[in-house]
Ligand binder design. Structure first.
Ligand code: GDP
Ligand code: IMO
Ligand code: MG
Length: 428
């Protein structure tokens, strides 16, 4: 059975967690391969809400093996808190959660670096990160000299490694503080703290790459769960207003350590509209009543930071770009119910840049800032659809709206979501 993947095609929060939980019924292994505690996935089962960040959303199905691979930036206290929270709610987490010894570790200096840099401010609009140390951790990974991976915590060289990094980081952080009060980091305290985490995580420690290779050879059913969205991809998103990992489909093979040829079915998840948290251009953003209506109906506030999400119309130019980038086989259109009360609904079907229409997504943010969306207006359905369970039972205007999205993106819509609960789903 070829690998199946779930990825977001917008700026994150497309309800990937819900789809992963739903599809896990048909899979044995669920793999998280990039990102870190910047992700926040909400899954609702029979009215019970679960919030997941580092642990794959597959954990809510008994008997499923969950894997966090080396592509993830792992913050040990966060994953341990998540394990505890799930345990408290009756979810077993023993051998069913494996964490790669290759995963890069988020340390206090990463969080501190991000905080200090954000306080200093840059030139221009801020990225508005989640402040989870993601950028600094991946930066150190790329730098190599200052990076520490989970496997390092179990070696006798770990205290020396921390000492060397702390010596360097104290110089940098001290300089960045530029005269403001600065509390230098203590290597011995950090070693003691992280030794404690290492002990608690030891039962989950694994060479997940070898595990997945064996699982592929044994033809086990593997589902890959993306975090963030393709427009936040470090290389292919709206740079520099992106995250620090490859959150589009291009990151699956590198993050998980599986052959690209194995990944055959990539499911693209979109909201029926658009949202974005943090800074950066957002061509279809609605800052007035429509945006507020969507925010209220969709409860569009960040799972991780609680920030109000910026809301707007469905951007088919952006989603077509990420669907092509990901070789998307089919679409899951989520939160369709949020649009139910609107008399008219718009889809951005082209961009106008400097007086010229295009379907191409600009590579530079300055061009994206210039975009005037070219809208097509469709009639709304003005009907509650939360209880609909069959495509044929959707109001005709809702079906027309989905057909139009499918047509512009050139992909079939296989799943439609009409409410947060696992049950509130339509499979075609
Ligand atoms: P993720 O990060 O992609 O997993 O998405 P989030 O969990 O951050 O955001 C999606 C939000 O929408 C969550 O609060 C879900 O419970 C909720 N949700 C999922 N599907 C639907 C839906 O079809 N309708 C509504 N109203 N809410 C939904
Ligand atoms: P899920 O998995 C939405 C955004 C941040 C910021 C930018 C960079 O829940 O879809 P970072 O902390 O990663 O350096 O921040 O990326 N961002 C997300 N937005 N959903 C997410 O994850 C996000 N993870 C990061 O708001 O704009
Ligand atoms: Mg989210």
């Amino acid at each position: 059975m070829p690998g199946t993947c779930v990825i977001g095609l917008q700026w994150g929060d497309e309800a990937k967690g819900k789809i992963v939980d739903l599809l896990t019924e048909r899979f044995e292994i669920v793999v998280r391969y990039q990102g870190g505690a910047n992700a926040g996935h909400t899954v609702v089962i029979g009215g019970q809400k679960f919030k997941l960040s580092l642990i794959p959303s597959g954990i809510l199905r008994p008997g499923v093996q969950c894997v966090i691979t080396g592509g993830v930036a792992l913050h040990p206290p966060k994953v341990l808190a998540e394990i505890e929270e799930l345990r408290g709610r009756g979810i077993t987490l023993e051998k069913n959660l494996q964490i790669s010894d290759r995963a890069h570790i988020v340390f206090p200096w990463h969080i501190e670096e991000e905080r200090v840099l954000a306080e200093r401010g840059g030139n221009g609009e801020s990225i508005g990160t989640t402040m989870r140390g993601i950028g600094p951790c991946y930066r150190d990974k790329a730098d190599r000299n200052l990076a520490i991976r989970l496997g390092d915590l179990y070696r006798s060289t770990f205290p020396k490694q921390v000492e060397q990094v702390v010596e360097y980081k104290n110089v940098v952080l001290g300089a960045l503080a530029a005269g403001r009060p600065f509390q230098p980091l203590s290597a011995s305290k950090i070693v003691a703290e992280y030794n404690g985490y290492a002990k608690q995580l030891e039962r989950h420690l694994s060479d997940t790459t070898s595990y997945l290779h064996a699982a592929i050879e044994a033809d086990r059913k593997i589902l890959f769960e993306g975090a963030q969205g393709s427009l936040l991809d470090l290389d292919h998103g709206t740079f520099p207003f992106v995250t620090s990992s490859n959150s589009s489909a291009v990151g699956i093979a590198s993050g998980a350590g599986v052959p690209p040829s194995y990944l055959k079915k990539i499911i693209g998840v979109v909201k029926a509209y658009s949202t974005r948290v943090g800074g950066g251009p957002f061509p279809t953003e609605e800052t007035g009543d429509v945006g507020q209506h969507i925010r209220d109906r969709g409860h569009e506030y960040g799972t991780v930071t609680g920030r109000p999400r910026r809301c707007g119309w469905f951007d088919a130019v952006a989603a077509r770009y990420t669907a092509r980038l990901g070789g998307i086989a089919s679409l899951s259109v989520m939160l369709l119910d949020v649009l139910s009360e609107l008399p008219e609904i718009k889809i951005c079907k082209a961009y106008e840049i400097n007086g010229k229409q295009t379907l191409d997504f600009p590579s530079h943010v300055d061009d994206l800032r210039q975009v005037k969306p070219v809208y097509e207006t469709l009639p709304g359905w003005k009907q509650d659809i939360c209880g609909v369970r069959k495509m044929a039972d959707l109001p005709v205007n809702a079906r027309k709206y989905l057909d139009r999205i499918s047509e512009i993106l050139g992909r079939p819509v296989e799943i439609v979501s009409v409410g947060p609960d696992r049950e509130q789903t339509i499979l075609s």
